[in-house]
Ligand binder design. Structure first.
Ligand SMILES: [Fe+2]
Length: 313
């Protein structure tokens, strides 16, 4: 069995119009029609859609969907999940057809984060044209990008994604945001690759699960100028920046983060590291970024500390 790639995401929202403006005007991807139940679809390459945005009683990443090599492997995965205590809900043939896949099911990880797995994908001849002039996205065998979720029980999530699903370790770091030991115990993360060259298709960190069920999604553009122009559009549209432009240590991505209408972040980057999944030796970094990536929460904490210091004078 192989996990081919991250194929698409399903997002539930009360803010369909805000998502439409965000994806079309800020990110610069393309409308791709509608799906059942009032879903709005968006594409960024030759897959009929990558974003499935549907009406929902709240704001949540309902599923990150990964393609499995074939029908037999998909069914074997469903059986492993059930045996491991994770119920699976098979999608109807009509819903599979709407997703452009042969078959799929939904399940969740130990933290309750939604997942779909499917086999039999679709490509078409529609040319990607961005109204914002985005040249394109790095997808193909590397998939849509990556999804990062929370894992309050890191060991349980690690065992689930590795032993039950079949992802592979890329980087198992501990990040120190507060100066390092002994005062700062750090935060454990796990970055895992599918059976393709993208550094990670899924990652999770030791933190409480946010209401949105997602830390961030990542899309990789083909060049730095398009990333910079997207950053400009974010600023001009008043979309909150979650982290400034920066470069990651582990996947070497040059990127920035902004807040989606559902509250989690979207990382937009370029020049990500492509690994040889057959030969990769897992790494263990202690820093998240080589440069930049100043997080909004770090700025707020620094401001609060400065105000406290001033009040104490
Ligand atoms: Fe990321």
């Amino acid at each position: 069995m192989a996990i081919k790639a991250l194929g698409y995401v399903v997002i539930g929202t009360q803010k369909l119009a805000a998502w439409r403006r965000f994806l079309l005007d800020v990110v610069g991807i393309m409308p791709a029609g509608s799906g059942p139940g009032g879903a709005e679809l968006y594409r960024l390459d030759d897959r009929p859609f990558r974003f499935w945005i549907e009406p929902f009683d709240g704001e949540r990443l309902l599923a990150a969907a990964y393609e499995i090599s074939d029908a037999a492997a998909l069914e074997a995965l469903a059986q492993r999940l059930v045996a491991a205590g994770h119920p699976v809900a098979h999608g109807s043939p009509a819903m599979a057809a709407a997703r452009g896949v042969d078959a799929f099911f939904r399940t969740s990880d130990p933290a309750g984060n939604g997942l779909e797995f499917y086999c039999g994908d679709t490509r078409d001849n529609v040319v990607f044209v961005s109204a914002q002039g985005v040249e394109g996205f790095v997808t193909g065998a590397l998939g849509m990008g990556h999804a990062v979720v929370a894992a309050p029980d890191l060991a349980a999530s690690h065992a689930f994604y590795r032993d039950v699903i079949g992802f592979h370790d890329t980087d198992v770091p501990r990040f120190y945001f507060g100066g390092g030991p002994p005062d700062d115990p750090g935060l454990g993360f796990v970055f895992m690759h599918a059976d393709n060259g993208r550094h990670h298709s899924v990652a999770f960190g030791e933190s409480p699960v946010p209401p949105s069920g997602c830390i961030h999604l990542m899309l990789e553009m083909t060049n730095l100028v398009d990333v910079g122009r997207c950053h400009d559009r974010m600023r001009l549209a008043g979309v909150p920046e979650s982290a400034t432009l920066g470069g990651h240590v582990n996947d070497e991505m040059t990127s920035f983060y902004m807040q989606t209408p559902s509250g989690f972040d979207l990382e937009v980057g370029c020049n990500g590291l492509v690994i040889d999944p057959a030969r990769w030796q897992p790494t263990s970094h202690t820093r998240i970024s080589e440069w930049g990536h100043v997080w909004a929460w770090q700025v707020e904490m620094a401001k609060a500390a400065a105000a406290q210091a001033e009040a104490a004078v």
